[in-house]
Design a protein around this ligand. Structure first.
Ligand SMILES: *[C@@H]1O[C@H](CO)[C@@H](O)[C@H](O)[C@H]1NC(C)=O
Ligand SMILES: *[C@@H]1O[C@H](CO)[C@@H](O)[C@H](O)[C@H]1NC(C)=O
Ligand SMILES: *[C@@H]1O[C@H](CO)[C@@H](O)[C@H](O)[C@H]1NC(C)=O
Length: 251
């Protein structure tokens, strides 16, 4: 990390765009390894990922962020827009969450916010290491239960509290995703939507301890096809009419 930052600082004054590769398509590729990310499964790559994101997001042409094969440990990271361009995020490696949920210093393990034109794909895995935190999830009987991180975003395994959570996201497709958590894991909704619109979910496998797909307040126009659910509680529309400001679910 230190070496990578130093290299970057040096190059800001003396080189031109040293850390990016321009492909014939004109899309710049930002490989996380070139920003100091290490796939040893234990170095926290949060800063490297944040720096890659900032560079890609600030660029005016379109960008591709690339996570190659390997296990990249991530303590927790937020990718925040708006960005100047379209971003493609390709994950071919494994992103590994801390095994102790208390080591995630934010509400969500990986959080994408305020971004237009984001395209996430790849053959990789997001491993939430939920096994260690499920025993801590006793909120159904303990009001002082610890808060567990939740993930907002593709081959996802073992999330700690809810797997893919979409809030106020519009016009998007989810396809070819596999979500796995055991049937006895608590509160592990597969994909959760609130205040979202125009969503298409297809060719997706979800195994979980709670709802496979949970459609919550304010969700409009959703098309679900070829989704295999199990274990899990199915596809549910729910928790409506409980809190103030809740909106109907339509379409
Ligand atoms: C997800 O993981 C499953 C099982 O490991 C694998 O068969 C599938 O190809 C993966 N899908 C993607 C899109 O990476
Ligand atoms: C899971 O996430 C939801 C929504 O953020 C939160 O209300 C709940 O307290 C979390 N549960 C645990 C066990 O952390
Ligand atoms: C989602 O998929 C549909 C059908 O394939 C396509 O018409 C639409 O443009 C896609 N939307 C996005 C945001 O990619």
């Amino acid at each position: 990390m230190v070496i990578a930052s130093l290299f970057k600082a040096l190059c800001l004054s003396s080189c031109s765009s040293p850390l990016q590769v321009v492909r014939p398509s004109g899309k710049k590729v930002f490989n996380v390894r070139r920003y100091g990310a290490k796939s040893d499964g234990k170095t926290d790559n949060a800063n490297a990922f944040t720096n890659v994101w900032k560079s890609a997001c600030a660029r005016s042409g379109s960008s591709k962020i690339y996570v190659p094969k390997g296990t990249f440990y991530l303590g927790g990271v937020e990718f925040i827009g708006p960005c100047k361009n379209q971003i493609e995020f390709v994950i071919d490696g494994t992103l590994l969450a801390p095994s102790n949920p208390r080591d995630i210093k934010q509400d969500t393990w990986i959080n994408f916010r305020y971004i237009n034109n984001l395209y996430i794909s790849g053959t990789g895995t997001l491993d939430g290491q939920g096994k260690q935190s499920w025993p801590l999830n006793d909120c159904h009987k303990n009001t002082n239960c610890p808060k567990l991180a939740m993930n907002r975003w593709d081959n996802i395994t073992q999330q700690q509290n809810g797997t893919l959570n979409f809030f106020s996201v519009h016009h998007f497709n989810i396809t070819g995703v596999t979500v796995t958590a055991p049937g006895d894991s608590p509160n592990t909704d597969g994909i959760k939507f609130g205040f979202c619109s125009n969503i298409r979910i297809s060719n997706t496998n979800i195994g979980t301890g709670d709802d496979c797909i949970a459609i919550l307040s304010g969700t409009i126009n959703m098309d679900i096809s070829n989704v295999k659910c199990g274990p899990g509680h199915g596809i549910s529309v729910g928790s409506l009419g409980k809190n103030k400001g809740e909106k109907d679910v339509n379409g």
